[in-house]
Design a protein around this ligand. Structure first.
Ligand code: DAS
Length: 323
């Protein structure tokens, strides 16, 4: 009997699955089985079962795709898989990782990985990343970290990870915190025992419309007004400690009074939304007083997914964001 853990390898496309077109431009085409067969040593680490869920660049991945992926993973675990690797484009990998953290409470390691360099160029990082991700997926203790991103021999928690560079092989970072583990000399070294669970629930579908408005100096309320007319929820990426220009504050008040859930995050790369440092129209204390829900330390992209899943499972947004 095999002593290797059973790992589910789910492919969604991205650069790691890319092949060049006639002009040398990369587009995803390889299957999970192709990726496995081009990664020497993979089969020694785990008994791998493959599934192809999507074949697309990650700019095209949507919340319903993330929901379908969560389902596929739950099914795989129900059927006995002890770890999961997801191959994914890097552009939106952090969003899919966090969406999985919101929708999965499965008790097995889940590692997302991809590649910054396509397979046909020298120094392609896909096979090394896939091998490292398989090592993490085969490490039982990694389950306590929730879904993680494994890139460039680093392990990053879903809540904190972000793609911080457009093209370097070391593109991923967890600002303010750093990686929660590394993969070195063929060994997974975890720096923490666990990370806080982000789980909210398992919705029947994830199709609600939650928009994100990024605040810039001098912005008025036009984008907020337009969003309020069509969205189920809104996240504001405010300046600094969670602020908006005075002209936008009035539109936000109208949106909240009209019943729209509005979450307040910061466009800064690190730090929480403040509580009572500043006063006056558009300050964090004013926006809280008119009913915006503070996102705490959660960044805008992930706050959007959290609000989306909260609405889909019928959780009160205030509860969903309480830290
Ligand atoms: N940035 C490319 C990748 O790493 C494209 C994508 O995200 O799909 O896969």
């Amino acid at each position: 009997m095999s002593t290797r853990p059973q790992v589910l390898l789910v492919s969604l496309g991205g650069t790691i699955a890319g092949v060049p077109d006639e002009r040398g431009r990369n587009a995803p085409a390889k299957t999970a089985a192709d990726l496995l067969s081009s990664t020497p040593g993979a089969e020694d680490l785990a008994e791998v079962r493959v599934a192809d869920v999507r074949q697309m660049p990650s700019r095209a991945i949507s919340p319903p795709d993330m929901h379908a992926l969560a389902r596929e993973i739950r099914e795989g675990v129900r059927e006995g898989c002890e770890g999961v690797v997801v191959t994914h484009g890097t552009d939106t990998m952090e969003e899919t990782a966090y969406a999985l953290a919101l929708m999965l409470d499965i008790g097995v390691p889940v590692a997302l990985t991809g590649a910054m360099r396509p397979g046909h160029v020298p120094g392609s990082d896909g096979p090394a990343n896939l091998l490292a991700a398989l090592r993490v997926a085969a490490t039982r203790e990694a389950a306590a970290l929730g879904p993680v991103v494994v890139m460039h021999d680093e392990v990053h928690a879903a809540r904190w990870v972000t793609k911080a560079h457009t093209s370097r092989v070391a593109a991923f970072a967890s600002p303010s915190f750093g990686p929660v583990g590394t993969v070195l000399e063929g060994r997974v070294r975890l720096h923490v025992d666990s990370v806080r669970s982000e789980f909210l629930g398992v919705p029947d579908e994830l199709s609600g419309r939650v928009e994100l408005v990024w605040v810039s100096a001098g912005a008025d309320g036009a984008l907020v007004d337009a969003t309020a007319a069509l969205a189920d929820g809104l996240v504001i990426a405010g300046t600094g400690g969670g602020h908006v220009p005075p002209a936008m504050a009035e539109s936000l008040q109208k949106a909240v009074e009209g019943g729209l859930p509005v979450v307040l995050a910061s466009r800064c790369a690190g730090g929480p939304v403040l509580e009572e440092t500043y006063g006056g129209v558009g300050s964090e204390s004013h926006l809280r007083s008119i009913g915006l829900v503070p996102a705490g330390t959660l960044g805008p992209l992930k706050a959007r997914l959290r609000l989306m899943v909260a609405l889909a499972v019928g959780e009160d947004p205030v509860e969903a964001f309480s830290e």
